[in-house]
Design a protein around this ligand. Structure first.
Ligand code: SAM
Length: 251
């Protein structure tokens, strides 16, 4: 029998984000520090160290998921960090971490963040005290609200539709005020993926030229950095990670 090929493009609303598999996702990606986490942390820490401690009034983590290290990194510079997330499962995890204290597995991540940026609060719970967990998605963003915005493995990992990927990136850019800065990470060329033996989540394979096509005309000081494929992660079909920094231009 001939193999059947799926022809429909799955958009963001077609996936059940409330059912995101928090436990298996953490187990595959964040229960210990993978080489690519180290790469992202070094890159993002450099980004935040350019700001004075407490110099950012309000920052965004878009599609925060259950990943605490982008929130830790922002705490060196931000007085308030909004973790915007649509998934009920991820919101519940984030709220538990903030209310009852973070899982021990996050401590080595915080130790590295604090070694790189001694301006970070003495403890991880203190750093997370700056985080507000907010239910919502990219469609809820208000133009120009934030001083900086961060997005990690979101726009390319939540839709198969390139137009929708681009619209999500545009909402991300517009979430910061003119002159505000952006930091982001993207799985490179990752097709739709599974966490463990779970359902297929929609993704849009992107490379550096796709990121330039989406970001170059609406930002300045765009910089892309490549991290090699991490062999310690499950085989997601990616070719590495792309890291981005940019600035929303003044009008
Ligand atoms: C692959 S996970 C990445 C999670 C986390 N940022 C990380 O670094 O591991 C994709 C995340 O995007 C969220 N998401 C899905 N659709 C979204 C949307 N339209 N706007 C913002 N976030 C969305 C999901 O709930 C999930 O938390």
């Amino acid at each position: 029998m001939a193999a059947t090929r799926r022809t429909t493009v799955r958009r963001n609303r077609d996936a059940d984000w409330d059912a995101w598999p928090v436990g298996p996702y953490l187990a595959e990606n964040y229960r210990w520090m993978h080489p690519c986490d180290r790469g992202v942390i070094h890159h993002h820490s450099r980004f935040y160290r350019r700001f004075a401690p407490g110099g950012l009034t309000r920052t965004l983590e878009l599609g925060a998921g259950p990943n605490l290290y982008p929130l830790m990194l922002a705490a060196g510079a931000a007085r308030r960090i909004d973790a915007l997330e649509p998934s009920a499962a991820n919101l519940a995890y984030l709220r538990r971490q903030l209310t009852y204290g973070p899982d021990e597995s996050w401590e080595p991540f915080y130790a590295l963040c604090r070694t790189l940026d001694p301006a970070l609060p003495a403890t991880l719970p203190e750093a997370l005290g700056r985080v507000r967990v907010i239910r919502g998605d990219a469609g809820d963003l208000v133009d120009g609200r934030y001083d900086t915005a961060s997005m990690n493995f979101v726009a390319e990992s939540v839709t198969e539709d390139f137009g929708e990927f681009a619209a999500l990136c545009t909402a991300f850019v517009r979430s910061v005020r003119p002159g505000g800065r952006l930091v982001a990470s993207f799985m490179e060329r990752m097709p739709s993926y599974r966490i463990g033996a779970g359902p297929l989540w929609p993704a849009c394979p992107v490379d550096a030229s796709a990121l330039r096509a989406v970001f170059a005309h609406q930002t300045v000081s765009l910089r892309l950095t490549h991290l090699a494929k991490d062999p310690t992660l499950p085989e997601y079909g990616d070719t590495g990670v792309l890291l981005l920094t940019a600035e929303r231009p003044a009008p």
